[in-house]
Design a protein around this ligand. Structure first.
Ligand code: ADP
Ligand code: GLC
Length: 478
């Protein structure tokens, strides 16, 4: 089974969030199941630099304003197709934002180009390569199923929603430049409230829709979570399913992790203290054996970071400390940095993106806080489980599907792995943190929570089987 994937990020070459982790992990996870995934990504400088043994396999004279090529090559064991369109992708920094922190003004063209190239490769543009399935991720690749449906057709398609908050909506005037037949600008195509909707078009035209947890698959069919697309998703409910993300258990393995100060496993949990001491050093925290929370997150409203900023003073009063790494919305960053200044030695903040440091936090903090308002899947709570960093999470989306709350029944049955709270507001977040402090005070209970988390299967095994089954079902129907 040959699958062509298309996405705007792929770990370890280019990453702004969990999308990259998932796109980078799926090929390795599916390979043992006889599924060969080749991934088309834009040739940003970081991708071009990482590509080995590249050779040009397709050329465009003019792709949305300039010449372009598709380069086949390898990187970090990944089988890649890089869309080399210098006028669109040869820019430093973040894949979506210019140096002013705003979206690149030509994102509509950039990601239409990615989708068009995906559609072309899917329908045979590359010699001796005929994929059985096209699997696109998020709005940046979402036009591809529409290009197939309103073009000459092609293989069956899957679209995965990683975050419905990002939809790729552009003015209707853009439509003419997309080179689609007029019929595509309609309710069963890419028209969306009079505008062009990339994600909407993908949801309308793909043969199957997945999202990254079963709970989120239900939530996005409601107006509260669907962000305008709930109607489309209700209409297509038979095509929609939720498959929870796994993590790369080799990159994330506390027994072998080169990024942490001391490696450990379930039998040597006491060694986590060495990592805690290292965190204290790196984040300027007082030495202390009490509760140390960590946060590894984009600092945004989605992640509930504004609510979190509001409880920091009371968190410190409760005796806990915090080490946080993240960046995002200016006001939230400002509020959190101000709290760190008020509570020197108790709250340490690093406003950078630092993959290695995120490993250290999971390896040395006692608990990780994830108070998201919505969370399609979430990966940091899975890393937390794997590292014995007990997740304290909002009961929403993938957080609800991956953590078992330490309520009385779950504790008695010996199945709890973390703490959940709802609704997502300051009061219930504080209650959850108070509950965490009580459990933490009971050494045995806490150790059991940690060990159970570390023994939870957070690998790709089950979900890879679900994707493989979906590919086969679609392929059989074609
Ligand atoms: P999202 O994709 O919505 O941001 P996820 O939990 O799915 O949320 O994925 C976030 C990914 O980004 C995780 O791999 C997490 O460890 C990583 N991450 C987020 N912020 C930082 C940061 N400041 N430094 C290092 N890694 C980070
Ligand atoms: C998105 C979501 C996150 C999910 C990730 C990977 O960025 O916000 O919840 O884990 O995609 O699927």
């Amino acid at each position: 089974m040959k699958v062509l994937a298309a996405a705007s990020e792929i770990y370890p070459l280019v990453k702004t969030g969990g999308l990259a982790d998932v796109v980078g992990a799926l090929p390795g996870a599916l390979q043992p199941r006889g599924v060969a995934i080749r991934t088309l990504v834009p040739a940003y400088p970081a991708v071009a630099k990482g590509l080995e043994r590249g050779s040009i396999v397709h050329r465009y004279g003019n792709l949305f304003g300039g010449p372009a090529t598709v380069i086949a090559g390898q990187a970090h064991g990944l089988d890649l197709l890089a869309l080399d369109a210098p006028h669109l992708f040869k820019r430093p920094g973040n894949p979506y934002l210019g140096p002013d922190g705003k979206d690149w003004p030509d994102n509509a063209q950039r990601f239409a180009a990615l989708a068009l190239a995906a559609a072309d490769v899917a329908r045979g543009a590359i010699k001796n390569y005929a994929p059985d399935i096209l699997h696109v991720h998020d709005w940046q690749a979402a036009l591809a199923p529409a290009y197939l449906k309103f073009g000459r057709g092609g293989p069956k398609t899957v679209i995965t929603i990683h975050n419905i908050a990002f939809q790729g909506q552009f003015p209707a005037a853009l439509f003419a430049s997309l080179k689609m037949p007029q019929a595509a600008f309609a309710i069963d195509g890419i028209e969306y409230y009079g505008n062009v909707g990339y994600l909407k078009g993908g949801l309308q035209c793909a043969d199957a829709i997945t999202t990254v947890s079963p709970t989120y698959a239900e939530e996005i069919r409601t107006p509260e979570f669907g962000m305008g697309l709930d109607g489309v998703l209700r209409a297509r409910r038979d095509a929609l399913s939720g498959i929870v993300n796994g993590i790369d258990t080799e990159v994330w393995n506390p027994a072998t992790d080169p990024n942490i100060a001391a490696a450990y496993d379930t039998a040597t949990l006491a060694k986590r203290e060495v990592n805690k001491r290292e965190i204290e050093k790196r984040f300027g925290l007082e030495r202390d054996d009490g509760m140390l929370y960590c946060v590894v997150s984009r600092l945004t409203g989605q992640k509930g970071m504004d609510i979190f900023a509001g409880v920091l003073d009371r968190m410190v009063v409760s005796g806990a400390r915090l080490a946080l790494i993240g960046q995002g919305e200016a006001q939230i960053e400002k509020d959190i940095l101000a709290a760190a200044r008020r509570h020197k030695g108790r709250i340490g903040v690093v406003t950078a993106y630092d993959e290695a440091l995120s490993h250290l936090l999971q390896a040395g903090a006692d608990a990780i806080l994830v108070p998201s308002r919505f969370e399609p899947c979430g990966l940091t709570q899975l890393y937390g489980l794997r590292y014995g960093c007990v997740p304290v999470v909002a009961r929403t989306g993938g957080l609800a599907d991956t953590i078992i709350d330490a309520n009385e029944a779950a504790l008695a049955a010996g199945v709890a792995t973390g703490i959940q709270f709802t609704p997502v507001d300051a009061t219930s977040l504080e209650n959850a943190m108070a509950r965490a402090m009580r459990l933490f005070a009971d050494r045995n209970t806490w150790r059991n929570l940690q060990r159970r988390g570390m023994r939870t299967d957070v690998s790709w095994t089950r979900s890879a089987a679900a994707y493989a089954a979906l590919y086969h079902k679609l392929h059989k129907a074609s």
